[in-house]
Design a protein around this ligand. Structure first.
Ligand code: NAD
Length: 498
C-alpha cells in the first residue's frame, strides 16, 4: 500500500495545516490496516480563520449574479461526472459502502449540482398587488452570510452537496466540518467546485472531531446558520449551544423507519424492498428499514422468504463488485450493533438469521457483521424503538391496518415509512396517517430523490427540509420590499379603510 496523502484544511483558497499541527487518520473500515489519508485535527483557531475567510469572500460572492454562480455549479457537475468512478472508489475505501452505492452517492451530488445550478436562474420571489394605488411590492430572497455545515459519514458526498450547494447558489459562503470518519469525499466534491472556478473563500473545509472543530463553528458569533446532519443527541446539544448566538439551526437526525406489509401485498416485491431497505449501506442510512410491521396472516411466510434471500447477501470489501454489503463504519458503531443484538435476545426476540460478528479470513481486519433478522419482536422492545444503524431489522406482527399504523408511528422518530399493499384505499390512508416526512408506497423506506423535500417529523428534525427548493429556506431570509410611486404619503390599513 502506498504512503497515505496528507490533506490540509481549505481556508480562503489556501491549503493550510491545523495551527496545532495535529492530524488524524482516515482508515478503511473494511481493512483497518489501510490508511486512506491523513487529515488536519483542527481546533477553534482554525475554525475562526475559516470563518473570517468566508466572511471576506461573502462580500463579493453575494453580489455575483446568481446565474453566474449557477454556471460554476453546472461546470462542477460536468467535472464530477467525469470523476465519478474514481471518487466512488475513494468513498468505498473511506467508509465501506459497496461500489454501486458509492456511485449512487456521487450521482446524488451530480444531481444536486445540476438542480441548484438551475436555481441560479430562478430563486423565485413574489410580486403581489398593493392595497394602495401606485404602489409596487415584492419579496426577494437574500443570503444570510457565513453558514456552518456539519455532516455525517454515511453519505459523505451527497449530504455535503445538499448543504453546500443551496447555500452558495443563494450567495452565502460556507465553512464545512465533514465527519471525521469520511472527510475525503467532501474534498472530492469541493475540488470539482474549485476546478469549475469557484472563487477562494466561498467554500472552506476544516476537518477534525466534533467537539474540537464542530462545536467552535456552532459557537462562532460570525456564523449565521448551522446546518447539521447526524445523531439526535448531538443535534439537541447543537441547538442549545447555537441559541447563545441566536443562530438559525437546521437539523436532520435519526430514524427508526418501518415498512408495513399488509396481507394483500405482493410478498416478492416486499422481500426485495426489505432487503434493499434494511441491508443497503449496511443498515447505516438514516432512512434504513429497521422495522418490518407485518400483518400476522403473512408474517411467518414473509420472514422465511426474507431469511432465504438475506442469506444470499455477500458481505465483504465493497470494492469487490460481487459484494452486496460492506462493513460497519468504525469500532464504536460495530459495538453498538453487537450490543443491540444482545439486548434483543435479552428482551425475548428471536434471531431468525445472523446475529454474529464476522471475524475470520477476509473479515479479520474489518468491522463485518452478518445480516440479522429478529422475529417475535414487540413494539415496545428497545430493538424496535432505538436507532441501531447496522444490518439489523426487526419483524413485528400486527393484526390489522390500524394497528400497523399505530406501531409505525409509535416511535420517537419520524423520518421515513412505507407500506406494501395492493389496496388503494389502504395506501391512501397510510399516506395520510403515517407521521413521517417521507412515505413510500410499494417501495422501501430508502430512495429519496434530490428535488423533493427531505427530512422528518418529531425527533428527526426541527421543521426544516433539505432537498428541493425547500432547502433554500434554510439558507436565506425573505425581504419584503414596498415601492410607493404615488408621490404622496399613503398609509396602509388607514387611508384605504372603509
Ligand atoms: P454524529 O452526530 O456523531 O456526528 C455528526 C457530525 O457532528 C460529525 O461531523 C461530528 O464530528 C459532529 N459533531 C459531533 N459532536 C459535535 C459537537 N458537540 N458539536 C458540533 N459537531 C459535533 O452522527 P454520525 O455518527 O456521524 O451519523 C449517524 C447519525 O446521523 C445517525 O443518527 C443517522 O440517523 C443520522 N443521519 C441523519 C440523516 C438525516 O438526513 N436525517 C442523514 C444521515 C445520517
Amino acid at each position: 500500500m502506498s504512503e497515505p496523502k496528507t490533506y490540509m484544511n481549505l481556508i480562503g483558497g489556501e491549503w493550510v495545516a491545523s495551527q496545532s499541527g495535529q492530524t488524524f487518520e482516515n482508515r478503511n473500515p473494511a481493512d483497518t490496516r489501510e490508511v486512506i489519508g491523513i487529515f488536519q485535527r483542527s481546533g477553534a483557531e482554525d475554525v475562526d480563520a475559516a470563518v473570517q475567510a468566508a466572511k471576506r469572500a461573502y462580500e463579493s460572492w453575494r453580489l455575483t449574479p446568481a446565474p453566474k454562480r449557477g454556471e460554476i455549479l453546472f461546470r462542477a457537475a460536468e467535472l464530477l461526472r467525469q470523476r465519478k468512478e474514481q471518487y466512488a472508489r475513494d468513498m468505498t475505501r473511506e467508509m465501506g459502502k459497496v461500489l454501486q452505492e458509492a456511485r449512487g452517492d456521487v450521482q446524488e451530488a451530480i444531481d444536486m449540482l445540476y438542480f441548484m445550478a438551475g436555481e441560479g436562474r430562478r430563486l423565485y420571489g413574489q410580486t403581489t398587488p398593493s392595497e394602495m394605488p401606485n404602489k409596487f411590492q415584492m419579496s426577494v430572497r437574500v443570503p444570510k452570510g457565513v453558514c456552518g455545515l456539519i455532516t455525517p459519514w454515511n453519505f459523505p458526498m451527497a449530504i455535503p452537496s445538499w448543504k453546500i450547494l443551496p447555500a452558495i447558489i443563494l450567495g452565502n459562503t460556507v465553512v464545512i466540518k465533514p465527519a471525521e470518519d469520511a472527510p475525503l469525499s467532501t474534498y472530492n466534491l469541493v475540488q470539482c467546485l474549485l476546478d469549475a472556478g469557484l472563487p477562494p473563500g466561498v467554500v472552506n473545509i476544516v476537518t477534525g472531531y466534533g467537539e474540537e472543530a464542530g462545536e467552535p463553528l456552532v459557537r462562532h458569533p460570525e456564523v449565521k446558520v448551522i446546518s447539521f446532519t447526524g445523531s439526535t443527541a448531538v443535534g439537541q446539544h447543537i441547538t442549545k449551544v447555537a441559541a447563545e448566538t441566536m443562530k438559525h439551526v437546521s437539523l436532520e437526525m435519526g430514524g427508526k423507519n418501518g415498512i408495513i406489509v399488509m396481507d394483500d401485498a405482493d410478498l416478492e416485491l416486499a422481500v426485495q424492498g426489505i432487503l434493499w431497505g434494511a441491508f443497503g449501506t449496511t443498515g447505516q442510512r438514516c432512512t434504513a428499514s429497521s422495522r418490518i410491521i407485518a400483518h400476522r396472516a403473512i408474517a411467518n411466510e414473509l420472514a422465511e422468504r426474507l431469511a432465504v434471500r438475506a442469506r444470499e447477501i455477500k458481505v465483504g470489501n465493497g470494492l469487490d463488485e460481487t459484494v452486496t454489503m460492506g462493513p460497519s463504519i468504525n469500532a464504536d458503531q460495530y459495538n453498538i450493533v453487537c450490543n443491540y443484538v444482545a439486548i434483543g435476545k435479552q428482551e425475548g426476540a428471536r434471531v431468525l438469521l445472523g446475529g454474529e460478528r464476522l471475524t475470520e479470513g477476509e473479515y479479520a481486519h474489518g468491522y463485518f457483521f452478518q445480516p440479522t433478522i429478529f422475529v417475535d419482536v414487540t413494539p415496545e422492545m428497545r430493538i424496535a424503538q432505538e436507532e441501531i444503524f447496522g444490518p439489523v431489522t426487526a419483524i413485528i406482527a400486527v393484526d390489522s391496518f390500524d394497528e400497523a399504523i399505530a406501531v409505525a408511528n409509535g416511535v420517537k422518530y419520524g423520518l421515513s415509512s412505507s407500506i406494501y399493499t395492493r389496496d388503494v384505499n389502504k395506501a391512501f390512508r397510510a399516506m395520510r396517517d403515517l407521521d413521517t416526512g417521507i412515505v413510500y408506497v410499494n417501495a422501501p423506506t430508502i430512495g429519496a430523490e434530490i428535488h423533493l423535500p427531505f427530512g422528518g417529523t418529531k425527533a428527526t428534525g426541527n421543521g426544516h427540509r433539505e432537498g428541493g427548493v425547500q432547502a433554500l429556506e434554510v439558507f436565506s431570509e425573505w425581504k419584503s420590499i414596498y415601492v410607493d410611486y404615488s408621490g404622496y404619503l399613503q398609509r396602509a390599513q388607514i387611508d384605504n379603510a372603509e
